[in-house]
Design a protein around this ligand. Structure first.
Ligand code: MG
Length: 460
């Protein structure tokens, strides 16, 4: 069966891959699935700042109301803020209209389960089944769903965060923070959160703008020239840039240096390893060895999952992990909720700087040094399986390999470091990630496996 949901919900270019008629049917399919259990279900809805949000929001709402589900519209807010509301208010489901960090022509629909986590694959498959069979549950005119607004989610999320960090200590420190919301959903909450933590702020791209006029939505270094230049002249504890739906936060240290996501993941992870009895940490196979080394150093234990934040979150629930997340700035704090949360990430970083009494740049210096390269090679979708099987046979007979992990793709450990070979789930490519102590060794691994994969692709 064709899939509608990808790694991060449904996503596409508006009025090409995803339009109002489609969103209406998603509402019908989703509502029909919810009605399998009982009547009068309550579904929370939210959007990021994209200009196509109203188009999709009203269409998907119409589908839900037709099946007899009520919709509670929470307006513009981050994905983790809606997730917190779903869990807190015991809603039966959550619908987030967002395409996260994608360019403004994209939009998407993300599903939230009653516990506030992103939909598991099984739920998505049931909704897809309804969509393809067109077997929708509709109600008579006197039982159609009702539509209402709610504006409490943002304040509740902020107070949830303030209860879970050492708020008074942070407030006394009076941090200065440079904040770049990228004109996305973070605008609705991040400045207020910092205000309530008694921080002074320099705000960049903190007005909602669905065309992302300030900068592209993904907080990559090349997209952050404004905040990087502001940071060179400001005396700030840190700069922080959010993606379009504010589930990911990327930091710039007090000296103006861009920090890859593995740095903040490791600094915050280490704080948990040092201050908590529970010592299990969860992260996907793509994460840098830096994280594992700092956690092990403080007697913690790291377990790896497949790529995808819902997978990490669910594994954390199952194993009662103390902390986890991805190396793209998506960090998960179980004491608040099991999903990536950029707002909690900002508050936690302020807490760590307050307690450690050290600038962020100094904390970064204490991390082990590794070099990672991310590369890719074109591979037709229909060849991915056979290439994977042959690759596995090939590497199993290679002597210099110390260990192979097949959690997601093939991760090969040699003396110099590791290389991960992984077919993409959405694009006709093989991803090659390599990490070593020196950039030369990482490059060597990429070149070596690039050649092997190319040979396997070319083989008849
Ligand atoms: Mg996002």
């Amino acid at each position: 069966m064709t899939r509608l949901f990808g790694t991060n919900g449904i996503r596409g270019v508006v009025n090409q891959e995803i339009d109002g008629a489609f969103a209406l049917e998603i509402g019908l399919a989703w509502g029909s699935y919810l009605r399998e259990t009982r009547n009068r279900l309550k579904v929370a809805l939210g959007t990021d700042t994209r200009i196509s949000n109203c188009l999709l929001k009203h269409a998907v709402t119409s589908g839900f109301l037709t099946t007899g589900c009520d919709i509670i519209d929470n307006g513009i807010l981050p994905t983790p803020t809606l997730q917190y509301a779903v869990k807190n208010h015991h809603y039966d489901s959550g619908v987030m209209i967002t395409a996260s960090h994608n360019p403004p022509q994209f939009n998407g629909i993300k599903g939230i389960a009653p516990d506030g986590t992103e939909f598991p694959k099984q739920t998505e498959e049931i909704i897809e089944k309804y969509y393809f069979s067109k077997n929708y549950t509709t109600v008579t005119w006197d039982h159609v769903g009702q539509f209402s607004h709610s504006n409490v989610a943002i304040n509740e999320h902020i107070s949830g965060i303030l209860k879970r960090v050492q708020t008074e200590k942070i407030r006394k420190q009076k941090h200065h923070v440079v904040l770049d919301c990228g004109n996305g959903a973070g605008c609705s909450i991040a400045p207020e959160l910092l205000h309530q933590l008694n921080c002074t702020t320099t705000l960049i791209n903190c007005t909602p703008d669905g065309l992302f006029s300030g900068r592209p939505s993904e907080p990559l270094e090349k997209n952050l020239s404004t905040i990087l230049s502001v940071m060179t002249s400001e005396k700030a504890s840190f700069g922080v840039a959010l993606d379009g739906d504010a589930d990911r936060a990327i930091f710039i240290d007090n000296t103006g240096k861009y920090l890859m996501g593995d740095k903040s993941l490791s600094i915050i992870g280490r704080f948990y390893a040092q201050h908590h009895h529970q010592k299990l940490f969860i992260t996907p196979v793509t994460t840098s060895t830096v994280f594992e080394e700092v956690i092990i150093h403080d007697n913690g234990n790291v377990e790896y999952t497949k790529v995808g934040s819902p997978i990490v979150a669910r594994d954390m629930i199952k194993k009662q992990a103390v902390f986890g997340g991805e190396e793209n700035g998506g960090l998960i704090f179980p004491e608040l909720q099991y999903c990536r949360d950029a707002l909690m990430t900002i508050a936690k970083m302020l807490e760590i700087l307050t307690i450690e009494e050290q600038p962020l740049s100094e904390l970064v210096k204490t991390l082990p040094k590794y070099e990672m390269i991310k590369s890719k090679i074109l591979c037709p979708n229909n060849k991915k399986n056979s290439v994977m099987q042959r690759l596995l046979r090939n590497v199993q007979h290679t002597q210099e390999i110390n260990k192979i992990n097949t959690t997601d793709g093939i991760k090969i450990f040699i003396d110099e470091g590791w290389v991960l070979l992984r077919p993409s789930g959405t694009e006709p490519i093989f991803r090659i990630y390599a990490e070593a102590k020196t950039i030369k060794d990482a490059e060597k691994m990429v070149a070596h496996y690039n050649e092997i994969i190319q040979q396997l692709i070319d083989k008849k």
